[in-house]
Design a binder for this molecule. Structure first.
Ligand code: UD1
Ligand code: MG
Length: 432
């Protein structure tokens, strides 16, 4: 079969060029459209500043739209030679050579419809998540309801996966192989797992939020690490069998990086715009799309470690064991200008249930929470269960940009470690 995503780098150069364009388009559109967004009601108050100014919100919508236009314009590039070969036209020397190969019967040329289907279904998924995200920014849907939004957006992806690959078995680590065999077929459960990744990734980015820049920097770090991981496969001395899926992944990640860097220019401390839920969902879905289509969802899970921790840590509040206020972002101390952990207050008549109280005190002992008790031992307040607040419990009050830098550094270090584990230990635990 013809190599769909030609390994000669031309589409990659086109993708890089289009990503540069995506950066400039997003950069100027955010500047132009900010006031229009405020007028349309897309605005939010920056809570961690002395002057609680209203900033345009939902700028992720601009990113999503520019991104979608760019990946749509890009469609012909990776398929150029296949299109020409399939319609047997063309005058380009490469194409003629390519056609000669076809005629000489070195391979039977068939247009790679399944690759095109993957590409298109990825675009449909991303389009759906953009629409749902904008809906959320408009109507402020409750988290309980919006948690499952990405499940709908992942359907086109899962259908194409089912039709094209249908691989639902996982490789068993060598030490367990005597008991479980080399491969273990998860069957339908594999689809539940993939839908789970698609639901988790966008939501986990959305709840690691609340200080200037953090939504964008964490997404940029994850995208850069995924792109780095792709390059590892593309730069092998021999053509790696997974070359196609990693090129596919790069074609979706590069424009994402373009629009994200443009957004970061405005969203970094002191922010001039907010990203909105649209951006968080969109970013998470880009990661889910490339990792599901590229068969490396486990690598994505490794790169999402801080998000996974933040989600698990949030569970007591997400499930209502501890009250969950509308906003859990760190508290701004106007006197010092620094951020401190935000808290959930308790009153004498509303105290945690005894088992919950025990766990809360235990978490306080091991420095995973800050609990304030009064003289009678009643709960006065507990810090909110997010990694941002926990970081402030550990490090003491920090300025907003300092906190963002430290968390981004942590995300980078853990991500690199994750990739190291993936490639270093995988060799020990799995035969590659
Ligand atoms: C999620 C979090 C919530 C957190 C919020 C902050 C959960 C379950 N939900 O809610 O705890 O407070 O994100 O984004 O964990 N804002 C700032 N500074 C920033 C970013 C946001 O003040 O740097 C404020 C602005 O008022 C902005 C609002 O947060 O309008 C955006 O909140 P939104 O994204 O709608 O909150 P959720 O995603 O629902
Ligand atoms: Mg949000």
């Amino acid at each position: 079969l013809a190599n769909t995503f030609q390994g000669d780098g031309e589409p990659l150069i086109a993708s890089l060029a289009l990503s540069g364009l995506a950066f400039s388009a997003t950069f100027s559109m955010i500047r132009w459209l900010g006031p229009t967004f405020i007028k349309a009601g897309f605005k939010g108050v920056d809570m961690s500043k002395h002057h609680r100014r209203e900033l345009p919100e939902c700028m992720g919508a601009i990113c999503a739209i520019v991104y979608l236009l760019v990946v749509i314009v890009f469609i012909p590039f990776p398929f150029y030679k296949d299109i020409v070969a399939a319609t047997s036209g063309g005058g380009n020397r490469d194409v003629v050579l390519h056609l000669e190969h076809v005629q000489q019967g070195r391979f039977l040329h068939r247009f790679p419809h399944s690759k095109l289907a993957s590409y298109l279904s990825a675009i449909i998924s991303l389009q759906s998540i953009a629409i749902l995200g904008i809906g959320d920014d408009l109507f402020d849907i409750r988290w309980r309801h919006k948690f499952f939004i990405p499940a709908f957006a992942s359907i086109p992806l899962l259908v194409v996966y089912f039709v094209d690959f249908g691989v639902t078995s996982i490789v068993i680590p060598i030490p367990l192989q005597p008991y479980l065999g080399e491969l273990f077929n998860l069957g339908a459960l594999y689809y539940v797992y993939m839908a789970g990744v698609a639901i988790f990734s966008p939501n986990s980015i959305n709840i690691l939020a609340g200080i200037n820049g953090i939504e964008v920097t964490q997404s940029i770090v994850i995208a850069l690490l995924l792109a780095f991981n792709d390059c590892l496969y593309l730069l092998t001395p021999y053509p790696h069998p997974a070359t196609d899926s990693h090129l596919f992944s790069l074609y979706f990640l590069l424009p994402f990086l373009g629009v994200s860097f443009a957004l970061l220019c405005y969203n970094w401390y002191p922010a001039r715009v907010f990203v909105g839920d649209t951006y968080c969902y969109f970013a998470g879905m880009v990661f889910a799309v490339v990792s599901i289509m590229g068969h490396f969802s486990k690598t994505l899970v490794l790169l999402l470690m801080p998000q996974i921790f933040n989600f698990c840590y949030s569970l007591p509040q997400l499930f209502g064991l501890v009250p969950c206020p509308r906003h859990r972002l760190p508290r701004f101390n106007a006197r010092t200008g620094l951020l401190e952990p935000s808290v959930t207050p308790w009153t004498p008549d509303r105290q945690p249930k005894p088992p919950v109280a025990l766990v809360l005190k235990l978490l306080d002992k091991v420095k995973l929470l800050r609990v304030t008790l009064d003289e009678q031992g009643n709960f006065v307040e507990t810090s909110n269960f997010t990694i941002l607040n926990l970081w402030l419990v550990w490090r003491g009050p920090l300025r907003e940009d300092r906190l963002a830098v430290e968390l981004t550094a942590m995300q980078t270090v853990l991500g690199l470690l994750g990739l190291f584990v993936r490639h270093g230990l995988a060799l020990l635990v799995f035969k590659e």
